[in-house]
Design a protein around this ligand. Structure first.
Ligand SMILES: [Zn+2]
Length: 412
């Protein structure tokens, strides 16, 4: 039998849901919509107003002197709770704070030393979450949870960075638990490629698609898989990690220990290395992007080669999984039309993978953090525990096939 507390919690959610569906309602309308008694509704509404989950507006009295004390009109306060999306990269932390409708209320990105120890990086990430909340005027108690992108291979079961990641100070670290200790709220970590894909799926280039491969071309090469509308993490949580697919047999030794991985030919540093004869050996990613902007033909040639390598890694995956869309994200991926053309041309050479659409990422370097927001809002139990509900926007695309809700089912 449900306890009194559970019943009350259930009633509260019924009331909030009814209010969300109605947009605005008074207490009598809420009683009718929920089937709860007027007294119960009044009690719950009073409590919700006190907690800051619901706001009340008193319509002005008609000038003709209508009846006194017209009932207040109630609506949900989307800022009754907020969630944070955190992107913990190798050299940056990016935080997006969003309300219960996934509207962004604050955002900031800071640089991180490339060799920062895990504790230092996690401290910086937690501090940034609180700083963004402060500047958005949100009390820290309103923070319900965090979805966090981690640029390291995470074990889906334990949430720890794979110990197979050789020579990494992050091996064995549990970034989600470590952030929960710092912020005092649940934190759900996920590989950055997967979260970037979730971001693009919920509000970017992959909206409405059900079967998608995402490739992230940046300092490193990452990726993610969306199958049948849900993120697919695989048995060890690294599905879609295209960076270590062999594309150049006999090529360079990769940091993973294998030879000729995609990352050895398609990351920013690999591209910089291949351009050393013409551009010297100190090409950084920002400089590469500048040269590309300036129409540097050698850089464009390099990016066409990158595109061909990427397609070589993608083709068997597209064929085997029958995906409809490839999204190429990351700073390099979204920057070059030539690169995308090369991916398309190479995919076309394979019989059926030729019909796969290839699009650049739309969210740029915000994809991971926005994916974190979507992941956090998908955790119904976090919201329920706070007596809240997620407010889905009546967006026909997001509400259609592959809604954010469907995604959560696949990640768990
Ligand atoms: Zn490798």
């Amino acid at each position: 039998m449900a306890s009194l507390k559970e019943m009350r919690n259930g009633n509260r959610l019924r009331l909030l849901r009814a209010l969300h569906l109605a947009g605005e309602a008074d207490r009598a309308e809420l009683a009718r919509a929920t089937g709860l008694s007027r007294a119960t509704v009044s009690g719950l509404v009073g409590e919700a107003i006190a907690r800051g989950h619901v706001v009340e507006r008193h319509p002005e009295r008609p000038a003709s002197g209508g009846r006194r004390g017209r009932p207040g009109v109630l609506r949900l306060d989307p800022r009754g709770g907020v969630v944070a999306g955190v992107d913990l990269g190798h050299t940056h932390v990016h935080v997006v704070l969003a309300d219960l409708r996934a509207e962004v209320v604050g955002e900031r990105r800071v640089a991180l030393a490339a060799d920062a120890a895990p504790d230092v990086a996690l401290d910086a990430a937690a501090a940034l979450v609180l700083a963004v909340a402060r500047s958005a005027g949100v009390e820290p108690e309103r923070l319900l949870g965090v979805g966090m992108a981690v640029a390291r291979p995470l074990d889906g079961e334990t949430g720890r960075v794979h110990t197979a990641a050789p020579a990494s100070r992050w091996a064995g670290v549990a970034p989600g638990e470590a952030m929960t200790r710092r912020l005092g709220v649940p934190v759900r970590p996920l590989n950055d490629g997967n979260l970037a894909l979730l971001g693009e799926h919920v509000r970017g280039a992959a909206r409405g698609a059900r079967d998608v491969v995402y490739v992230k071309l940046s300092e490193g090469v990452g990726g993610g898989l969306l199958l049948d509308g849900a993120l697919y993490a695989g048995a060890r949580g690294v599905a879609g990690e295209l960076g270590h697919v062999t594309v150049a047999p006999g090529g360079r030794i990769c940091r993973c220990g294998n030879r000729g991985c995609l990352e050895t030919v398609a990351s920013a540093s690999a591209l910089a290395r291949s351009l050393a004869p013409t551009h010297g050996d100190a090409l950084t990613l920002p400089r590469l992007l500048e040269l590309l902007d300036g129409g540097d033909v050698v850089v464009e040639r390099g990016l066409r080669d990158v595109g061909r390598h990427v397609a070589r890694a993608l083709a068997p995956l597209c064929l085997a999984l029958d995906v409809e869309l490839v999204v190429v994200g990351g700073e390099l991926g979204a920057a070059s039309r030539r690169l995308l053309d090369a991916v398309r041309a190479e995919l076309r050479k394979c019989a059926t993978s030729g019909s796969v659409a290839v699009r650049p990422g739309q969210l740029g370097d915000r994809a991971e953090a926005l994916g974190g927001v979507a992941l956090a809002l998908d955790q119904e139990d976090w919201l329920r525990d706070a007596g809240l509900i997620a407010l889905e926007r009546p967006d026909p695309v997001a509400a259609g096939r592959g809604s954010p809700r469907a995604l959560g089912a696949g990640i768990g």
